[in-house]
Design a protein. Structure first.
Length: 311
């Protein structure tokens, strides 16, 4: 008599892992991004899982995937499995001599362009350790404790006490516009708000909200260009659409952008370097964490100094 158990007991853990990621994200694309693997792979995992079980786990709706009753029950059972797997993997990671081939870093777009210049391109630059890097540029705060990323650059201090946190400085945001725009409209003052146009983020209008806190009575309709891409916003400002808010660190002399506010003050956003707790116990990951942290401190301090001189 065989000791092998049929059906679900033979399931591949990778299928369960993909299921949990999709369940949490609410979509195949979100699950794939969380895991850092291709969308078709996650879709195939979910299909194989449902075929192995003999029943579906999600209802396919116009709003995405919604777990059905069977999916909810499996999710409850699978969550402790994932926690145990993470604990096992984290235990291995604490073995300080274990080599690391690839690290995942999540970063907001405000500092994304700075990151490549702050980290070593050649193995010899990082104490002889060669590490490949996956950088996820996203506004979503990935869960480091669940290993959705190894290191994060954030603008809000994390509330999870187990994480490693290091304040590395501030990034100074300032209002900029093209020379042609300023020639036509002038610099912004509290008295000439009505004639100006704004470039802002999407879906949230963070620049509009910040300007209002400084007493600039902008109307919603004065936001004439919105994008969820900072590079796209910057291109719009260079093309004369209006005034946009950008980090001093990302505005160069050759961009043709000039300070747009005659009144008001720049805004300094804190920058935190964060890592999952196992990073401190692995030499390669700790070296990379320190390298990024030291580089950010130097670059951001220089940016603040240059911005103060400019202002």
């Amino acid at each position: 008599m065989s000791d092998a158990l049929p059906g679900a007991f033979d399931l591949d853990w990778n299928l369960i892992r993909s299921f949990v990621a999709v369940a949490r994200a609410g979509s195949l694309a979100g699950g794939a991004k969380t895991l850092g693997i291709a969308h078709p792979t996650v879709a195939r995992h979910l299909q194989h899982l449902e075929e192995s079980l003999g029943f579906s786990l999600f209802a396919r709706t116009s709003h995405g995937l919604v777990m059905n009753e069977a999916g909810e029950q499996l999710f409850v059972a699978a969550t402790p499995m994932q926690s145990a797997a993470l604990m096992l993997r984290n235990t291995v990671d604490t073995m300080g001599e274990r080599p690391v081939d690839r690290v995942r870093v999540t970063v907001a777009e405000l500092t994304a362009e700075l990151l490549p210049a702050l980290t070593p391109a050649a193995p010899s630059q990082l104490a002889g350790l060669g590490i490949a890097m996956d950088v996820l540029v996203t506004r979503t705060q990935l869960n480091l404790l669940d290993r959705e990323a190894d290191i994060a650059v954030r603008h809000v201090r994390p509330t999870q006490q187990d994480l490693i946190c290091r304040r590395v400085g501030s990034i100074r945001m300032r209002a900029y516009a093209s020379e042609a725009y300023l020639e036509g409209y002038g610099q912004l003052t509290h008295g000439n708000v009505a004639k100006h146009r704004l470039i802002d983020g999407f879906p949230t209008a963070e620049f509009l909200a910040a300007a209002r806190t400084q007493g600039f009575a902008f109307r919603d309709e004065q936001v004439v260009f919105r994008s969820d891409s900072l590079a796209c916003q910057k291109s719009a400002a260079k093309s004369g659409w209006g005034i946009g808010a950008f980090p001093d660190a990302l505005v160069n002399k050759g961009d043709g952008l000039h300070e747009a506010f005659a009144e008001g003050a720049p805004v300094d956003l804190p920058v935190w370097l964060v890592a999952r707790p196992e990073v401190r116990d692995n030499k390669a990951l700790k070296a990379l964490f320190d390298k990024i942290g030291n580089g950010l401190e130097t670059r951001l301090a220089r940016s603040i100094h240059e911005g103060s001189s400019r202002g």
